[in-house]
Design a protein around this ligand. Structure first.
Ligand code: ATP
Ligand code: MG
Length: 258
């Protein structure tokens, strides 16, 4: 579904991404890990066509991005690391979720029954259905993040790209969010790329992990990878990994599942 071939990105002559090649299949849930400044956001933006690579190619569904967008329209959901949303605007959650859909008709047209049902469905999925008619400025940071996720999903994307979706989200909801994303990938065949610093949880939920630090240090099935070795290479020797499992009875992640 997403193929990256020998991608190099230089900014001001500094190599940010060095010869990255990868292949992500339809319906795969992929986690990208790596330290601050590793190039994770740059990689995502290059896949989305927001940054032009110095060399290399990106194919989506065997097409160049422009052709894919022309053929499929708005089919990539993207949650940026720093969303450009003015949360102080006097806009209700329902308007914020439908904002791209209403543009040709103006913000205050009446929504169709299907549109409202779809908003309700996705807000419910992300646990904020009760906020549908609240003003966005009245929401907490985590609730705003969940509204942004609903906004990505309203377009039924084939591909969902999330840059640290969990930064403002509490630990209990994080677990639910990961499970939901896992379900979207495996049941609805949505291809998901998620950048996260939440190493323990990422290794638990995703199908494949990519460890990035300028170069792609690994791209493999979660079970196949020797996590300690690769992470020490990517993060440095001081790295200590805590992977959650059935044994850790008191941790918040396992409690949330019960
Ligand atoms: N517009 C830019 N101009 C100059 N340097 C940039 C620009 N964008 C990114 N960089 C540099 O590229 C490198 C990678 O940045 P990037 O944002 O991709 O890292 P990241 O892995 O997403 O980090 P984080 O975990 O902190 O979000 C950094 O060294 C950053 O300073
Ligand atoms: Mg980033």
């Amino acid at each position: 579904m997403i193929t990256v071939k020998n991608l190099t990105v230089k900014i001001d002559n500094k190599v940010i991404l060095d010869d990255i090649s990868m292949n992500i299949k339809k319906g795969e849930f992929v986690g990208i890990l790596g330290p601050n400044g590793a190039g994770k956001t740059t990689l995502i933006k290059t896949i989305l066509g927001l940054i032009k690579p110095t060399s290399g190619l990106v194919y989506i569904d065997n097409m160049e991005l422009d052709d894919y967008m022309k053929k499929k329209g708005f089919y990539i959901g993207y949650l940026p690391q720093h969303a450009i949303v003015n949360w102080s605007m006097p806009v209700r959650v329902v308007d914020a979720v439908l904002i791209e859909k209403v543009r040709p008709f103006g913000l205050f047209r009446r929504y169709s029954k299907e549109e409202l049902e779809s908003v309700e469905y996705w807000l419910d999925m992300f646990g904020v259905k009760d906020k549908m008619y609240s003003y966005i400025r009245e929401l907490s940071g985590g609730q705003q993040q969940r509204v942004s996720l609903a906004r990505c999903m309203i377009h039924n994307p084939e591909i969902l790209i999330l840059d640290e979706p969990n930064t403002a989200i509490d630990v209990v909801y994080n677990t639910k969010m990961y499970e939901l994303l896992k379900g979207l990938a495996s049941e609805k065949m949505i291809t998901i790329i998620m950048v996260s610093h939440d190493i323990g949880a990422v290794t638990k939920y995703v199908d494949e992990i990519m460890c990035l630090n300028v170069k792609l240090h690994c791209h493999s099935k979660t079970d196949d990878v020797n996590i300690s070795t690769v992470f020490k290479e990517v993060y440095g020797e001081d790295m200590e990994i805590v992977v959650h499992g059935d044994g850790c009875k008191n941790c918040a992640i396992n409690k949330a599942e019960k």
